[in-house]
Design a protein around this ligand. Structure first.
Ligand code: B16
Ligand code: MG
Length: 217
């Protein structure tokens, strides 16, 4: 039976969280708030609009819709200056070879990310062509932990939800996968990703054989 493999982007394929952090930190300064790395953790996997709403809430600030849109646009422009400097060296260890091996075995591959910049990032690091479909912030209306983004990916791959495997670094993403009966593989800390079916520190520790056994039993 076939398996659909769905990969999150930030934290799974590349570490763009550090660039989001720098850009949000600058945006937060505009409303007199200092964004810490600890608070930045809460922005992982969260959409651009929801991230700005959280920051304004932490800052105790209210802004007009016009200012809100301007802040979000400036943050994104700032973020893209970092993205545009990315190269193949920014791909996280082990993930590209894992995808290539899975592709060689005929498994369909999808991206399932909250980012609206996903195609641009994948093209920058040179692996856009490895994906059969891209489900991202432009394809959905509901954010993780709603499973919409993974369901859109599975439908495009034409694989039943129960035969899909999701690779995620965020709690919301793991929850989203679990909410639609997909196998959830966490990338990160076992203490944080407690809901994941399995957790690994990095892709260098994951074998395709292990995923095949877990997904078919
Ligand atoms: P953009 P993922 C998420 O990516 C990031 O983790 C999150 O910090 C970011 O706000 C979100 O994408 C939206 O990104 O501003 O580029 O549309 O982990 O879902 O791949
Ligand atoms: Mg992520």
């Amino acid at each position: 039976k076939t398996l659909g493999l769905i990969f999150d982007l930030d934290g799974v394929i590349v570490d763009t969280a550090k660039f989001h952090f720098l850009a949000w930190k600058k945006a937060a300064e505009e409303v007199g708030f200092e964004l810490t790395e600890e608070l930045n953790e809460k922005l992982k996997g969260v959409s651009r609009v929801d991230s700005l709403n959280k920051i304004l809430e932490w800052a105790g600030a209210t802004v007009s819709q016009e200012k809100f849109d301007e802040m979000a646009a400036n943050k994104n422009a700032d973020y893209l200056t970092y993205v545009d400097k990315m190269t193949a060296d920014d791909i996280l260890p082990g993930v590209e070879s894992f995808i290539r091996e899975a592709k060689a075995k005929g498994y369909p591959i999808a991206l399932g990310s909250a980012s609206k910049n996903a195609p641009r990032i994948l093209k920058h690091v040179g692996i856009f062509d490895l994906f059969d479909t891209i489900a991202d912030g432009n394809s959905v209306t509901k954010a993780k932990p709603d499973p919409e983004v993974f369901q859109v990916a599975a439908k495009a791959l034409n694989v039943p939800y129960a035969q899909c495997v999701v690779f995620e670094d965020s709690e919301a993403g793991v929850e989203a996968a679990n909410n639609t009966n997909m196998l959830s593989i966490g990338l990160g800390s076992k203490d944080v990703l407690i809901e994941a079916d399995h957790v690994f520190g990095s892709f260098t520790e994951i074998t395709l054989e292990f995923i095949e056994t877990q997904a078919t039993t």
